[in-house]
Design a protein around this ligand. Structure first.
Ligand SMILES: *[C@@H]1O[C@H](CO)[C@@H](O)[C@H](O)[C@H]1NC(C)=O
Ligand SMILES: *[C@@H]1O[C@H](CO)[C@@H](O)[C@H](O)[C@H]1NC(C)=O
Ligand SMILES: *[C@@H]1O[C@H](CO)[C@@H](O)[C@H](O)[C@H]1NC(C)=O
Ligand SMILES: *[C@@H]1O[C@H](CO)[C@@H](O)[C@H](O)[C@H]1NC(C)=O
Ligand SMILES: *[C@@H]1O[C@H](CO)[C@@H](O)[C@H](O)[C@H]1NC(C)=O
Ligand SMILES: *[C@@H]1O[C@H](CO)[C@@H](O)[C@H](O)[C@H]1NC(C)=O
Ligand SMILES: *[C@@H]1O[C@H](CO)[C@@H](O)[C@H](O)[C@H]1NC(C)=O
Length: 571
């Protein structure tokens, strides 16, 4: 496929919006959505399913591979799209990295992971859907390691290297993880599966990535969670904020185990301890095990994957934001799905019960004009417009202080609350309060991102962090949800949130990234120059004082790699 994507290039800023009811995101990564002037593909619509696969950093470039259908707006014919970036923000599209062209991946080149070897080699293990629809694991590697762009990939000739073991369904065995070194000279790779309705992970060991031996037993399982896809398994330091290479283990380490639950289309994780000697992983809190406890992101978010960025000693998390509009709209706009802004992942040393996710620092390069609002008083029932000239591309940080006397004076408030019971529309004693983003002047469309406190008669509080899409769009053929979950708030902490607003995507982070929500919305009125932002407090029983900083955000530069151009300014 090399060089076959020789295409018309336009910058995202000037790209016509094909369907005005679906404003494009501007600083989130989308696949190239133009038309490929080739005999076979002309006039077809390109859709990407931005499910990240095998991310890595090599010779100065971040490589993003993703599940991509080059010929049709529905899932199918899955290939590996490929893009590179110097900074995780501005992207250059490259030719497809791998396409279905062998019996062992005839029906799709599905998700996989990269493993960087100590000698500089790169191993890519991926799931191929074979000619007879069996999910098999295949080995591939770069044709030329000296090529910073890693344009060409070689599939090992005797693939597959792992086939479904006895007792596991032929279509229930996928998404190999990055391999880790177990300290005995061998590498281990985990693969998600299920037995009946129990989600499981199986681990294989290898020395050469060609021959594999299954390890006894099941590394971890949780009943009733269905098949585990896109399993991710990595260490986090309990003392240091640097990320850790996937093979790292020792004292002061926890291991995060994450699974994407296909039955629910949600990503769950848990913190626990890994014992390489018997290849077991035990959750810190069995009540918050994988699939029944913490979500990576409570919104429209799936199939996340991390990689260790050896360039900046950090672990980076990416995921796929799917669409919730109609397939017809996706056809009209010619694409589907975006990538989250990459997030760093660290252990939360304060709570010791969760990870913290935070947008990579590079996103701050897109910050333009900054406006600050200090000590804005929000009485019960108030709405305050924020004076910003443009409200479609924003990075907002805000803190909220709840009137202490009123809070303490409240005997009981909304004990049974959770984000989805009422959303933002119903007023409670201690919430909701927060921001309305992607709103129009008349508030005919808006998306509240807010806190809501509930208080029990025994004096204990719970704080919820929610994003309510129910009034985000006048369009009726889009799926709208109230998303969110609990967020731990420690004694003496102010409530804080950060929101990245990008036309149709709202990524919201509470308490430094303890709870995160991604919303995918399709405003029809609150678009471009008509979009506004407001502060609001719809609690009946408390006043809230808020301070916030709002940056208008520049657009990311996302275009075709200039293979035939002398202009190397970009590089
Ligand atoms: C897969 O590609 C073939 C050949 O281009 C096309 O006929 C078919 O409709 C595609 N299927 C899907 C689901 O995209
Ligand atoms: C490998 O890539 C490097 C850097 O792009 C290039 O100079 C070299 O010619 C390539 N080698 C082969 C065998 O293609
Ligand atoms: C799976 O379900 C079948 C049918 O209910 C049952 O016979 C079998 O024992 C179950 N297998 C396991 C491993 O639980
Ligand atoms: C695995 O090994 C660890 C440490 O040696 C031990 O604490 C744990 O109980 C073992 N787990 C199982 C299931 O044997
Ligand atoms: C918002 O802008 C209007 C008009 O420019 C101005 O009158 C008002 O004082 C501003 N409000 C704030 C809170 O800055
Ligand atoms: C929220 O509350 C509703 C109604 O009480 C309940 O059905 C639902 O399961 C709850 N959701 C969560 C996430 O707890
Ligand atoms: C505040 O509450 C009122 C009454 O329930 C409701 O009509 C209004 O939409 C709420 N405001 C927001 C921003 O949700």
């Amino acid at each position: 496929m090399k060089g076959s994507i020789n295409v018309i290039v336009w910058s995202i800023e000037t790209k016509p919006v094909m369907n005005p009811t679906n404003p494009n995101s501007i600083f989130h990564y989308r696949s190239w959505t133009g038309r490929k002037p080739s005999l076979f593909y002309d006039l077809l619509i390109y859709v990407k399913f931005c499910m990240v696969v095998g991310p890595l950093f090599h010779m100065g470039w971040y490589h993003l591979f993703y599940q991509y259908n080059p010929v049709s707006p529905v899932w199918g014919n899955i290939t590996w799209g490929h893009a590179v970036s110097r900074d995780l923000i501005h992207w250059l599209y490259l030719p497809l990295a791998m396409v279905p062209d062998h019996r062992f991946d005839w029906n799709g080149v599905w998700t996989g992971s990269a493993t960087l070897l100590p000698d500089g080699g790169i191993i890519m293990l991926y799931t191929g859907i074979s000619d007879n629809y069996v999910q098999v694991q295949n080995l591939a590697y770069p044709a030329n390691l000296s090529d910073p762009l890693l344009l060409n990939w070689v599939k090992y000739k005797d693939n597959p290297v792992i086939v479904p073991p006895p007792g596991v369904g032929l279509e229930d065995f996928r998404d190999p993880t990055t391999a880790w070194h177990a300290g005995d000279g061998k590498w281990r790779v985990a693969i998600g599966s299920k037995i009946n309705t129990t989600g499981i992970i199986l681990v294989y060991q290898t020395t050469n990535f060609i021959n594999y031996e299954p390890l006894d037993g099941i590394m971890h399982e949780v009943r009733g969670t269905g098949i585990w896809e896109c399993v991710d398994f990595y260490p986090v330091s309990t003392t240091d904020i640097s990320g850790l290479d996937t093979s790292f283990n020792g004292p002061d380490i926890k291991h995060v185990l994450k699974a994407s639950l296909f039955d629910e289309m949600k990503d769950y994780y848990a913190l626990g301890t890994y014992h390489p000697n018997n290849n077991t992983w035990m959750p810190d809190n069995p009540e918050l095990d994988v699939g029944i406890g913490l979500r990576v992101d409570y919104g429209k978010y799936y199939a996340s994957k991390t990689f260790y960025d050896q360039n900046k000693q950090r672990r980076i998390l990416w995921a796929w934001i799917g669409e919730t509009d109609s397939e017809n709209d996706d056809l009209l706009k010619g694409w589907a799905s975006v990538q989250t802004i990459p997030r760093t992942v660290v252990y939360d040393k304060k709570t010791r019960t969760n990870i913290l996710q935070w947008p990579v620092e590079e996103v701050e390069k897109l910050r333009l004009k900054c406006i600050e609002f200090n000590g804005v008083e929000l009485g019960p029932g108030s709405i305050v417009p924020l004076n910003i000239s443009s409200a479609t591309q924003l990075d907002i940080t805000a803190t909220f202080e709840v009137d202490k006397e009123a809070l303490e004076g409240t005997l009981e408030g909304d004990v049974g609350y959770n984000c989805s019971t009422t959303g933002a529309v119903v007023r409670g004693t201690l919430g909701p309060f927060g921001l309305l983003v992607i709103a129009d002047d008349s508030l005919s469309e808006f998306t509240p991102v807010y806190f809501y406190i509930s208080k029990d008669i025994d004096g204990t509080y719970k704080t919820f962090f929610c994003s309510d899409e129910m009034r985000s769009s006048k369009a009726s053929d889009v799926n709208k949800n109230v998303y969110g979950g609990l967020v731990p708030v420690l004694d003496g902490e102010k409530l804080s949130m950060r929101i990245l607003v990008d036309h149709s995507i709202v990524e919201s982070f509470a308490q430094g990234g303890r709870t995160v929500i991604t919303s995918r919305i399709y405003p029809t009125k609150a678009i471009y120059g008509a979009a506004r932002a407001f502060l609001f407090n719809n609690a009946t029983g408390v006043s809230v004082t808020t301070s916030l900083t709002i940056w208008e955000m520049d657009s990311a530069d996302i275009q075709q790699f200039p293979f035939e151009s002398d202009d190397v300014m970009l590089l």
